[in-house]
Design a protein around this ligand. Sequence first.
Ligand SMILES: [Zn+2]
Length: 416
Amino acid sequence: MTQLTMTALFLLSLFLSSCIRLWLNLRQASCVLAHRASVPEAFAGDIDLAAHQKAADYTLAKGRYSRYDLAMGLIWVLLLTLGGGLQLMHDTVSHVFDAAGLWHGIALFGLLSVAGFVWELPGTLYYTFVLEARFGFNKTTPALFLTDLIKSTLIGVLIGTPLLWCVLWLMRSMGSYWWIWTWGVLIAFNLAAMLIYPVFIAPLFNKFEPLRDEALAARVRGLLDRCGFRAKGLFVMDGSRRSGHGNAYFTGFGAAKRIVFYDTLLEALNADEVEAVLAHELGHFKHRHIVQRVAVFALLSFLLFALLGWLSQQGAFFSGLGVSSQGDAMTLILFSLVLSPFTFPLTPLMSYWSRKHEFEADAYAAAHARAENLVSALVKLYRDNASTLTPDPLHSLFYDSHPPASIRIAHLRSAA
Ligand SMILES: [Zn+2]
């Protein structure tokens, strides 16, 4: 591979994927706008015109933000690569750390993270404090935003530094098959994170209290018994501290499984509906969707690491992307920067797979709770979260992890 081929391949994939993203984004906007005037027939009576128009305006506002985000992301990648930004950062770090040492790589990662954070900060602030606030969803105060930032930075440094040190050491010490070792370490780290996160990290950001509503707890335990599911505990999380959006989930493995309800969800739904939503979540568990996801992630990342192992040997991979200093940290950084346009074609496949899982979980909920309760829960959640009921079919096909509202509810109604 020559330098010119690499540059051309990179620019072409970046350009194509950005055009497709923009095209889908504009399709979504015009579809939502075209249906803004009236509530779709299937939802008439459940959702009033004001709520429908709020959902349309919220979707349009998020779409505009996505276009800004797309443009900023594109500029950032180009600045770092062909614009010489990464090389500049490399040279800056070299003034302090020996370019051949492991700490040089760690410092380079640190500098890039800080620069990326600053680059994205205006967008992040706008999204949280202007866009979400305008539609009544933001509950994050500036003080909470700041303490969250400090906590997550500390956790990132405390966990990220040893992990990165380990990965860079493997790259240097394990010969040409370093990428298999690195892949193994990252998979092990991900599995450990799934165990550690709910018990040690999530409580740093939210309060978890046992579910006190005895009537609801009895309902939930009845459902768990019927489904043959053993949970370690039922918890309520103060999701309302940051956002008005609601959710239910469970975490952990084996006997350590805990079920967590957002307080916002319990506030919005009645006991019948909470039971149906939980039955849907249990459906994901019973169909082993989470295990399948982890397995596919492991397989895909193995293939990507094999590609990375090969690319790290190609001088053109570096020079074609505007970097003259090859190194282990630079290899990882370049790869993660240019990966997204290349994995972009996988997006519709992953979305399709996810929607298939949602249908399976809905069918499970219809069998173990009542389908009409899940329908009424979903309608309330669509309304309260201002989710559009009229997405563009192609946009939905490409991105949506959940089936569009009308199709999902039609499926459930036919199961009832
Ligand atoms: Zn689901």
